[in-house]
Design a protein around this ligand. Structure first.
Ligand code: G1P
Length: 291
């Protein structure tokens, strides 16, 4: 069985949920404490053993490329000033993995974004990570999907249960009927269903392991929900062929494209930091008394 060596991360989206912050900067560069969201996602892939990161990018996203590239003037200045720790922090980003970029010329949907990466991926299974979803670093989400891929040899969607009022924001799969404790067979997957017709509350949460057969399905897709080329529609064809499983992700998830979840992520990530925990906790306790 082929090892998962490549990850595709689409970053071409406009980030309209986070205006005005995203008017002139990519949403993926918004920080959680002091590290951009996109770096958290790349690090999750690297920790899962992936070496090559393919970013599907678009207009106005140069800040992301610059973030993972050498920053010569900055590095030279930090070096000259003896700021060794900052220099290490900046340089290690460049060496996280091998980065490559493909452009999605038009925002035609997630299915189209993934198809743009076809030649960069080749005939190999790959991970797909959506940048809005960030998981607790202590418990890497992608690991659960890779284990399910290794157990079944099939494509995998990472799922979590969401409240009924949220099912219309996600791709929703059928509940477990056959499989094991860590994966089940997907027979149905529906993009953003109304709660009344949703097959379950199990939502696809931005993590996938996909076999290259997905590209053949994507190449002949017709526009789906919202007039976009939906990855979910290609996955439904694979489910019908018995080629798709779902793996529940145990890790805590934050939807950083949602303002409240973004704030929660910042608070929780700050509380995990050695250098910030004590003073930040004291500040929060003071706040609770005040309000
Ligand atoms: C996309 C997918 C959807 C999935 C979601 C996870 O939707 O189309 O199936 O559940 O990501 O975040 P989007 O959030 O891009 O509208």
């Amino acid at each position: 069985m082929d090892k998962i060596r490549k990850a595709v991360i689409p970053v071409a989206g406009l980030g309209t949920r986070f205006l005005p912050a995203t008017k002139a900067q990519p949403k993926e560069m918004l920080p959680l404490v002091d590290k951009p969201v996109i770096q958290h996602v790349v690090e999750e892939a690297i920790h899962a053993g992936i070496e090559n990161i393919v970013l599907v990018t678009g207009r106005g996203k140069q800040a992301i490329e610059n973030h993972f590239d050498v920053a010569y003037e900055l590095e030279e200045t930090l070096d000259r000033r003896g700021r060794t720790e900052d220099l290490r922090l900046v340089q290690e980003i460049t060496h996280l993995g091998q980065f490559s970029y493909v452009r999605q010329g038009e925002p035609l949907g997630l299915g189209h974004a993934v198809l743009c990466a076809r030649h960069a991926v080749g005939e190999m299974p790959f991970a797909l990570l959506l940048g809005d979803d960030v998981f607790d670093e202590a418990d890497p989400a992608l690991g659960a999907l890779i284990a399910a891929y290794e157990a079944t040899g099939k494509s995998v969607v990472g799922v979590q249960e969401v409240p009924e009022s949220h099912v219309s924001r996600y791709g929703i799969v059928n509940p477990a009927a056959s499989g094991s404790a860590t994966w089940w067979d997907v027979t149905r997957i529906v993009e953003k269903p109304a709660p009344a017709v949703a097959p379950s509350r199990w939502a696809v949460v931005g993590r996938y392991v996909l076999l290259p057969e997905v590209f053949a399905h994507l190449a002949i897709l017709k526009p789906g929900v919202g007039g976009e080329y939906q990855l979910t529609d290609a996955l439904m064809e694979m489910a019908a062929e018995g080629r798709l499983v779902a793996a529940p992700i145990p890790a805590r998830r934050f939807d950083t494209g949602d303002k409240l979840d973004y704030l929660k992520a910042n608070v929780e990530f700050a509380l995990k930091r050695e250098d910030l925990r004590a003073p930040f906790q004291a500040y929060l306790e003071g706040l609770v008394k005040k309000f």
